[in-house]
Write a protein that binds this ligand. Structure first.
Ligand code: GTP
Ligand code: MG
Length: 319
């Protein structure tokens, strides 16, 4: 029920007490960065053991940084899932890029992720001139996509750059290598007290996760480029009602896109609604009534005021 979830997803300072300081305790921020679609969000979810960050097969799914917290008796790692490092083509992407860069600069440990089956991501790892003032762990993900000989060859090539603090191979979808990766990260956290209450797993409010689940469903149900024009806002979230009442707006950029989201005779919006409702019910562990509508917010991806309205990072510098 929601009460239980509240203790899991508390806002900063809203949950229980932070664990008391002890000499051995280690805590810090861990930025997870890399090109789009390499598996950053899948890794973060596996590292904290909860499905918090949305994952799709399309690149550029994550749009803003998301904090996911792992706590055990001796450590607290605050994982920062970031948007993929891409060359910005419009304002939203520029803000996404800045979020990722800022997260890396602010982190105590950086996990740089490559998709071993995607040559550009290996090239990017070699060229990447990011922060080296903190330990950078290289995570070679999607090891199931290449054979053992190729994997070894790529690993040897990447090992030539001695600035990686550690190198680890993972298959995030199957939790392979996750425990080892987590242990390596926890070991490299600086000594210090926990930053968040030990029961918290995230810092964003429930509404954020609800909106993200609807957006994930849009990525799954809509073709090609259309999901990139979509943003989701939660208008109402009435937890005291049974079923819980949630009303959400799907924003598109053009009138023609509105028709595509609604579909013939409303077929598509019904499909998105049903799939989203199931995800929301799993999230809050309670029956949900979901009211979905579609609105046009012209060219929101390129408009600073509209980005702000939708809760997205507004870039600080001009493209
Ligand atoms: N085969 C394989 N697929 C994986 C693995 N890890 C993640 N994936 C898939 O890769 C796709 C992208 O995963 P995400 O976690 O969304 O990647 P991301 O880096 O967060 O992507 P952006 O948010 O778009 O930058 C999804 O379809 C995942 O299921 C893996 O180890 N092996
Ligand atoms: Mg992601």
């Amino acid at each position: 029920m929601i009460g239980k979830l509240r203790t899991m997803i508390g806002e900063i300072g809203s949950g229980g007490e932070a664990p008391t300081e002890s000499a051995e305790f280690r805590a810090g921020f861990v930025a997870v960065i890399g090109l789009p679609n390499v598996g950053k969000s899948t890794l973060v979810n596996a590292l904290v053991g909860q499905r918090l960050s949305i994952v799709t097969h399309k690149a550029q799914t994550t749009r803003q940084r998301l904090l996911a917290i792992y706590t055990d008796e001796g450590h607290q790692a605050v994982f920062v899932d970031t948007p993929g490092l891409l060359e910005p083509r419009y304002l939203l992407q520029q803000g996404m890029r800045e979020e990722a860069e800022r997260a890396a600069v602010d982190a105590d440990v950086v996990v740089y992720v490559v998709d071993v089956g995607y040559p550009r991501s290996i090239e990017h790892a070699r060229e990447w001139g990011g922060v080296r003032s903190v330990p950078v762990v290289l995570c070679i993900n999607k090891i199931d996509r290449v054979n053992k000989t190729t994997l070894l060859k790529i690993r040897v090539e990447l090992e030539r750059d001695s600035s990686w603090n550690a190198i680890i191979e993972t298959r995030a979808t199957h939790e392979e290598g996750i425990e080892e990766l987590r242990a390596i990260i926890l070991d490299r956290l600086p000594p210090g007290p926990a930053l968040y209450p030990e029961d918290d797993v995230a810092t964003a409010p429930l509404r954020f996760f609800a909106a993200e689940l609807v957006r994930e469903t849009c990525f799954e149900q809509l073709d090609q480029e259309l999901p990139y024009s979509i943003a989701v806002g939660i208008e109402e979230f009435r937890e005291s009602e049974e079923p819980v009442f949630i009303s959400a707006t799907i924003f598109v950029e053009r009138e023609s896109q509105k028709g595509m989201v609604i579909g013939r005779g409303g077929a598509m919006i019904r499909k998105i609604g049903t799939a989203s409702r199931h995800k929301l019910e799993a999230l809050i562990e309670s029956p949900v009534y979901l009211d979905l509508r579609v609105k046009v917010l012209h060219n929101w991806r390129r408009n600073p005021a509209r980005l702000k309205l939708l809760g997205y990072p507004v870039p600080s510098r001009k493209a």
